[in-house]
Design a protein around this ligand. Structure first.
Ligand SMILES: [Zn+2]
Length: 189
């Protein structure tokens, strides 16, 4: 069965976008397709981007351990060649850290919402109980934004849908419940 590209997952796309900028998703996709190490020149041709731009993206990914390179010396010219590789394990590892925390927060929010009457700030998302919000005339004490009721029945549903979506993608990445062990991958140049 052909393995689906992990770059199709929203949580992977979001992560690559934040870490490596707008070209990161396409770069990772290309590396995935190649299934072996690629040079930055090769990527630059395929992406129709300057080598310096490709290198900038690679360096950002390298900083988080997502991209690794191997340095080899060309015997004839004496120049160094850099060939790059994307560490999927590392992507999974970062996502596991981030999304586990996110899920916990969403679950908490969902559970609390079922029990109490909450008001949320529209600007900064600060949350307060009705009594507190009323005390502040429904103006957020943190940022001054207006606070509106969180007890919209649609919100419960929305939260549920968001949680399901994340859990489904985590499962595809092999981070389902019970599997949340550390991958312990180290990126070596
Ligand atoms: Zn606020």
């Amino acid at each position: 069965m052909p393995q689906k590209s992990i770059t199709n997952l929203v949580i992977v796309k979001d992560l690559l976008d934040i870490v490596g900028g707008q070209d990161a998703v396409i770069l990772v996709k290309l590396c995935e397709k190649k299934r072996k190490r690629v040079t930055d020149e090769e990527l630059s041709k395929k992406m129709k981007k300057k080598v310096t731009e490709v290198r900038a993206t690679l360096n950002k990914l390298h900083y988080r351990g997502i991209a690794c390179y191997q340095k080899t010396r060309n015997q004839k010219t004496g120049w160094y060649n850099y060939t790059w590789e994307i560490k999927k394990d590392r992507i999974t590892e970062i996502i596991e850290e981030q999304q586990t925390e996110m899920l916990e927060k969403l679950y908490q929010k969902k559970n609390l919402e079922a029990d109490y009457s909450f008001f949320d700030c529209e600007k900064c998302n600060e949350r307060a109980l009705f009594e507190i919000a009323a005390e502040y005339n429904f103006i957020c004490p943190t940022c001054g934004g207006s606070m509106t009721s969180a007890n919209d029945p649609n919100r419960q549903k929305e939260l549920g849908v968001r949680i399901k979506k994340i859990e489904k993608e985590l499962e595809i990445l092999g981070i389902g419940e019970g599997k949340a062990q550390k991958l312990g991958h180290i990126c070596k140049p």
